[in-house]
Design a protein around this ligand. Structure first.
Ligand code: ARG
Length: 593
């Protein structure tokens, strides 16, 4: 069954066709400008030209000829110059939209467009032995929302966490652990120690390298180091690739430690993957991938022995080093091949930092050149960086980097202060739960409220503002709806069930209802444009329209009782739809705040 707005559009089209005056192919509908009090317009220019009539005349004739039908959502039909304007019938709109939301409940806004076709979303993808920093947070949050949106569109979505768990840097990590011992701490603290070991090792290695260089410059014999840190790291890297049990065991320990630390954050953010294969998973496929790249002539062997590709005027890139080693790109090619075979997807969506834009253009070019993914859409969703409120980029080097666990902790501590101030009577356990929902919600929404390509700033004032475009404001609006409904059931008056929805004709009610009717479209548009902010904007407008309605229309004190019942039903529908919108963004909607 179609949603109200789709039906309205179809009904308008049919009504015009039913006049018998305009051929179906010439019926093109548009959304009227904001200052026009109508919901859909038929600009008659093309049709009038074909019929040899002045457009205003055709519009006027059609306005008179449109059949009136009590069962459609069409209300007023008016000619305005060359336009034929259609408005929705406020009462039928009210009963249709509210009953639709009641009937579909948590699935209101969902579609069957995907018809079970599969979509792979590649997101989060932190690097092993490293803390998750703000860049991975963005991927994690945007990625999960796209997973939710495509599921709501009826696709079968496969979320894969493409862990950075392979590569030459692991030789250094293992060598450092061998040299200095394993970190004792847990969680993010253990990760921080691992990072320090890695840095310390590189620092010492650097010193050895400088001494070697110095000897060469001054013509002295080369110093001999025991151990030689560079050789040691290379040896461990090779041992790992060849499956040496000791190297594998330390590597596995790092993987488990990193995943356990990441999992705590994932749980708080509501992130659930179907797979976390990681780069290492593809190791066995790499020789065959390189052979295929050569065979298909997508790549060639360079004079120095490395395998390189130069495609579509993109800068040339390596898929195998001249020492036989493979790179990030090689594993990404294997990953595409695997995903095609394992999942037969319609699309693969990569949610990765905008600084990897070239990498993905090269990846898509080479897999096409190899003949893979012929009717599969490959999409890179790039995102901007995270800055301080005054626009300074966060960086490890500057020492102002923010890590996920501490970011969430800080958000929740700040949210707690907001909750204390707004609702000091809440029980302790509920305060804690609400603070968690508000803090985590603020972090998530900060990533989603605008185009992912734009940079985001960590501005707590704005992120936790109780008025304005913040998750907190949206959560408050939802909680406010819930509190009205609670009070209504407490005072025992007429509840939302007995609603006489036809009484909802106040302009602010009609505006709110029209907006609620737009959620299904917003979900579709968010999927088409890979743009969660379309849903964020829908939520924000809902909260504002609800605020206007609540200011202009008494609910609990509405008279007669049937009007109170109808308004309560509208409040319940608003709460439901808003909760669905927030849910798609991964934001919790507590009932009390
Ligand atoms: N681990 C990588 C990084 O931190 C991101 C991986 C993204 N996914 C992919 N298939 N390349 O930069």
């Amino acid at each position: 069954m179609d949603y109200a707005l789709t039906r309205f559009t179809d009904e308008v089209r049919q009504a015009i066709a039913a006049t018998g005056r305009v051929p179906a192919a010439l019926i093109e509908l548009t959304t009227p400008k904001a200052n026009i009090p109508a919901d859909l317009a038929f600009p008659t220019f093309r049709a009038a030209k074909a019929l040899g009539l002045p457009p205003p005349q055709l519009a006027a004739d059609l306005a008179a000829a449109i059949p009136r039908n009590e069962t459609t959502l069409i209300g007023a039909v008016e000619a305005s110059g060359p336009f034929l304007n259609f408005s929705m019938h406020p009462q039928r709109l009210a009963s249709t939209v509210v009953s639709e939301i009641q009937a579909r409940g948590a699935a209101y806004g969902h579609h069957a467009d995907g018809q079970g076709r599969r979509v792979v979303v590649d997101y989060s993808a932190p690097n092993i032995a490293r803390r998750m920093h703000v860049g991975h947070i963005r991927s994690t949050i945007i990625g999960q929302t796209l997973v939710n949106i495509f599921r709501a569109l009826g696709y079968q979505v496969i979320g894969d966490n493409h862990l950075g768990d392979w590569g030459t840097q692991f030789g250094t990590v293992i060598a450092a652990i061998q040299r200095y011992g394993r970190p004792a701490a847990e969680g993010e603290a253990a990760m921080a120690q691992l990072e320090q070991l890695y840095a310390r090792y590189n620092h010492e290695l650097q010193a050895q390298t400088e001494q070697k260089e110095q000897a060469i410059v001054t013509g002295q014999p080369l110093p001999v180091f025991d151990p030689d840190l560079e050789a040691e790291a290379r040896r461990w890297s090779l041992a790992l690739e060849q499956g040496d049990p000791q190297a594998r065991a330390i590597w596995q320990w790092c993987v488990d430690l990193t995943l356990a630390a990441a999992q705590r954050n994932y749980d708080r953010l509501g992130i659930v993957f179907d797979h976390a294969y990681g780069e290492s998973f593809y190791e066995a496929m790499l020789p065959e991938v390189i052979a295929e790249a050569l065979h298909s002539e997508a790549a060639y062997r360079d004079v120095d022995g490395s395998v390189v590709a130069e495609l579509d005027k993109l800068p040339r890139f390596i898929i195998q080093r001249n020492d036989g080693g493979t790179v990030y790109m090689t594993r990404d090619i294997a990953t595409v091949k695997f995903r095609l075979r394992a999942f037969d997807p319609a699309k693969i969506i990569y949610v990765v930092d905008g600084r990897q834009e070239l990498h993905f253009r090269q990846l898509f070019a080479i897999v096409r050149a190899m003949g893979y993914a012929r009717d599969v859409e490959l999409v890179h969703i790039p995102f901007g960086i995270v800055t301080t409120p005054d626009g300074q980029p966060l960086s490890t080097r500057k020492g102002n980097m923010v890590y996920l666990e501490s970011l969430l902790d800080e958000a929740v501590a700040r949210a707690r202060a907001v909750v204390e101030q707004k609702n000091p009577e809440l029980a302790e356990a509920e305060k804690a739960a609400v603070a968690e929902a508000v803090g985590v919600g603020a972090v998530i929404y900060n990533d989603l409220y605008q185009d992912p390509r734009r940079n985001i700033s960590l501005d707590w004032e704005r992120m936790l503002a109780t008025e304005g475009n913040s998750a907190t404001y949206l959560q408050y609006s939802h909680a406010r709806c819930c509190s009205i409904l609670r009070r209504a059931s407490e005072d025992g008056g007429v509840g939302p069930e007995a609603a006489s929805l036809l009484l909802l004709t106040h302009p602010s009610e009609t505006r709110l209802l029209k907006h609620l009717a737009r959620l299904p479209e917003a979900v579709r548009e968010a999927g088409d444009r890979y743009a969660p902010f379309v849903i964020a904007e829908w939520c924000y407008t809902t909260a504002r329209e609800f605020g206007v309605f609540f200011e202009q229309c008494p609910v609990l004190k509405a008279d007669p009782p049937a009007l109170r019942a109808a308004r309560l039903a509208l409040v319940a529908a608003t709460a439901r739809a808003l909760k669905n919108g927030l849910g798609l963004l991964g934001i919790a909607a507590p009932e009390r705040m």
